[in-house]
Design a protein around this ligand. Structure first.
Ligand SMILES: C[S@@+](CC[C@H](N)C(=O)[O-])C[C@H]1O[C@@H](n2cnc3c(N)ncnc32)[C@H](O)[C@@H]1O
Length: 289
């Protein structure tokens, strides 16, 4: 992605000696090439406000120096990339997906567990964990005894992201009570405990998930295939070629009739479109080969 230097990328009130359109273009190119996020024109102020604290803390003084530092220092680069991610998420986001999962997907997965067939799910771009815990609670269901028996099956859930601060919150599994409001009461009662204004996800639900730092553009070390992949509101930050490549990789990572849930504004397009069948609102089943 080549970024044109445009006047719009100048930030009013900031000296171009500290932060110039050229610096913005350099940061955009690094971010795009490493993690696929497109920082379009108009994001110059966002980049400034997210990275200015790092420029100060590292003593770089100017963004031009900071860009040089990013080229040499992998640790600082990862910090910069993490601070440029958007981690907005919430429990039961796009409730229709959890309804679809409960009605159409969960019964088959439970039947598989009962036949001792492993069940694997992946929340790709999990941010601070609200998505994966919503999915796990839905999988376990409203009956605690039945849910515990489901959890004793060969059921594992991967949740991955590139933002360490988001992963740390996910792993801690403690949220403000108001954050859990979108979750249906019976699921919340079965799989969380409340103390004051804090809610903790139950040990049973937590025991099923492994959080991993993983760049979706890099290598994926997972050997096995997935029954279900949720990758929602992640690809909106990517350009079309990156989305198409990623969707093909997700399909390769799914079992032959596995399901891909993507965000409501996203679509499977390009060569991958022939490999899927739309089975719900932005829910795609990998076609049997
Ligand atoms: C807006 S959140 C979406 C969270 C959740 N899936 C949802 O729908 O609510 C997008 C997440 O994608 C992550 N992300 C962005 N680019 C990524 C990449 N190349 N590899 C892995 N995660 C990435 C960000 O760190 C962020 O936490």
């Amino acid at each position: 992605m080549k970024h044109a230097l445009v006047q719009k990328d100048a930030v009013p009130g900031i000296s171009p000696e500290i932060y110039s359109p050229r610096d913005f273009a350099a940061v955009s190119e690094i971010v795009y090439s490493r993690v696929g996020i497109v920082l379009a024109e108009g994001k110059a102020l966002l980049v400034y406000s997210r990275l200015a604290p790092r420029v100060r803390e590292t003593g770089a003084v100017t963004f031009a120096n900071y860009v040089e530092l990013l080229r040499d220092d992998e640790v600082e680069l990862n910090r910069a990339l993490a601070s440029l991610t958007t981690n907005h998420t919430f429990f039961y986001r796009e409730a229709h997906h959890f309804e679809h999962f409960e009605e159409h997907t969960r019964p088959n997965l439970i039947a598989n567990l009962n036949r001792r067939v492993p069940v694997r799910m992946w929340s790709a771009g999990c941010s601070s964990g609200e998505e994966v815990y919503s999915l796990i609670m839905t999988m376990l269901g409203t009956d605690r005894i039945a849910g515990q028996s489901i959890a004793r099956g060969d059921l594992k859930v991967l949740a991955s992201d590139i933002a360490p601060h988001a992963l740390a919150k996910a792993e801690a599994a403690v949220y403000e009570a108001k954050d859990l409001k979108p979750v249906p009461n019976e699921l919340r009662e079965a799989w969380t405990s409340k103390a004051g204004d804090e809610v903790t996800i139950s040990p049973v639900a937590r025991s099923l998930v492994r959080f991993r730092s993983l760049n979706l553009l890099g290598d994926w070390p997972m050997a096995g295939k997935f029954d279900v992949i949720f990758c929602r509101n992640v690809m909106i930050y990517f350009d079309q070629p990156t989305k198409e490549r990623l969707i093909s990789r997700f399909l390769d990572a799914l079992k032959p009739d596995g399901l891909l849930y993507i965000g409501h504004s996203e679509r499977v397009t390009g060569p991958a479109a022939d490999r899927v069948q739309l089975v719900g609102p932005t829910v795609y089943r990998r076609r049997l080969p």
